[in-house]
Design a protein around this ligand. Structure first.
Ligand SMILES: *Cc1c(COP(=O)(O)O)cnc(C)c1O
Length: 460
């Protein structure tokens, strides 16, 4: 499979180039030249275990020798604490896909355990090095660090909004002792961090000189790894309920997770619709109800990994919505960069997209759901997953099950759980063990030049 850029300014490239460069050189995002249609495979795939299913899906997108791909997948799966990798549990009529059994207890491990291994695999073959530059709203940073830590030829620089991620999220990054790991606390929002990273990547000369690579959810390999759990989760719910289709509720920030679901749906997985759930940072939810995408001011909430107003993967979705017309994407993205808004034309009678319903759930509602699930069912949700469950409920159907993605372990967001239940319930021994360990981080202004200077100093 080859990959094209949403902005049409580059030649099609292979899987390796796509993964190793992250962002296309014309500033666009990579997408596969075509989306494989897997309708014919559905019944055979429904009973596969996680690793076998991952192999079947990924081999359609990744040009790797089969035995190498199998090893990359099985090593990645082995990093998870649960033998099924992503088990489904039923609570109060909702099926919850637990995506948080990886090393850093958030769903991003699923993508980054795979991506770290793919990087190492390609670097070993080319004899090259890679300096990863990433912006994180909290969970990507620690998952990326866990994914590449101890891997040969890789340095990682992680930017995060100073004081706006949870203490545990910060500890998970800053207590990693390896000297190829650099944590940069930026005085600004996540969008500021992301915009600094994007600006640096756009400077091609700098990017080449310092061998920069990306692990943000713009990296295609991450989306690819995430497609797998949609299949796995939906198959399990279909088998349990005898259902022919499933709705999937997705707590959304950068539109990476839900875009993987969108691809699964377009491949032929029977998802009747995706339910996009945001917190108070609801620019995406508003888009799917009005057709107008407008950059708002970022509000800090108890679900910080979703405190995003400019969703980096949204451009990929738009590409399909403008009939894969890169000129139209350039125009829309230019308009958005200048005015902070864009409008999709030609919205039909069924709304912006009949395949995507959307809503937002304010912090108070998410806390109420956490309390209710704990008190009535003894199940602890983290605040991000609670947003998904809460919005998922609004769109519940009597005749069709809902799968809600649980994106983090509640112990990562213990403060929210305390606020919701009044009790200190959310713990995990590995997180508790981080408290009091020495931390390493640098605090920088939200300034591209400061970050550039830091990279120059640290990369020989
Ligand atoms: C990153 C993250 C999200 C949002 O995922 P996107 O791919 O950015 O939409 C939701 N919940 C948690 C816990 C996360 O870490």
């Amino acid at each position: 499979m080859n990959y094209i850029s949403t902005r049409g300014g580059t030649e099609a490239v292979d899987f390796q180039t796509t993964v190793m460069t992250g962002l296309a050189r014309d500033g666009g995002l990579f997408l596969p030249e075509s989306i494989p249609d897997i309708h014919a495979e559905l019944s055979a795939w429904a009973t596969l275990d996680y690793g076998a299913l991952a192999f079947e899906i990924m081999r359609r997108y990744a040009d790797l020798p089969a035995s190498d791909l199998r090893t990359l997948i099985s090593d990645s799966c082995a990093a998870f604490r649960h033998p099924q990798v992503a088990p489904v549990v039923a609570v109060d009529g909702v099926h919850i896909l637990e995506l948080f059994h990886g090393p850093t207890l958030a769903f991003k491990d699923i993508a980054l355990q795979f991506l770290g291994r793919v990087f190492e695999y390609y670097l070993a073959r080319s004899g090259r090095r890679l300096n990863i530059l990433a912006a994180t709203s909290g969970d990507t940073g620690s998952a990326a660090i866990a994914g590449v830590c101890g891997r040969a030829g890789i340095r990682i620089f992680v930017l995060y909004p100073h004081g706006r991620i949870s203490p545990m999220q910060e500890l998970q990054m800053t207590t990693v002792p390896d000297d190829n790991v650099f944590c940069l606390a930026v005085r600004g929002s996540f969008d500021d961090c992301q915009s600094i990273v994007k600006t640096i990547f756009r400077d091609l000369e700098f990017r080449d000189r310092y061998e920069l690579g990306a692990v943000n959810s713009i990296n295609w390999a991450r989306l690819l790894a995430q497609i797998v759990y949609y299949f796995y989760g939906v198959f399990q719910v279909m088998a349990r309920c005898g259902a022919r289709a499933v709705q999937v509720a997705v707590p959304t920030g950068n539109f990476g997770d839900i875009f993987a679901g969108y691809l699964a749906l377009r491949m032929g997985l029977p998802i009747s619709r995706l339910i996009l759930a945001t917190n108070e940072n609801d620019s995406l939810a508003k888009f799917f109800t009005s057709g107008l995408y407008r950059r708002g001011k970022v509000q800090a909430t108890l679900s910080p990994s979703m405190d995003i107003q400019v969703a980096s993967n949204f451009e990929r979705y738009l590409y399909y919505r403008v009939d894969r017309n890169p000129r139209e994407i350039c125009r829309l993205m230019e308009t958005f960069a200048q005015s902070g808004e864009l409008r999709l034309n030609g919205i039909g009678a069924t709304g912006v997209d009949e395949l995507i319903a959307a809503g937002s759930s304010a912090t108070a509602e998410a806390l109420a759901i956490i309390k209710e699930f704990y008190e009535q069912h003894g199940y602890l949700l983290d605040p991000h997953s609670a947003v998904g469950v809460s919005v998922g409920r609004e769109f519940q159907k009597a005749d069709e099950p809902t799968l809600a993605l649980a994106t983090a372990h509640p112990a990562k967001f213990a403060e929210a759980v305390r606020r919701a239940t009044g009790r200190d319930l959310a713990h995990h021994p590995e997180l508790d063990a981080l408290v009091g360990k020495p931390q390493r981080r640098m605090i920088l202004n939200a300034d591209v030049e400061a970050v550039r200077a830091f990279l120059r100093e640290r990369i020989p």
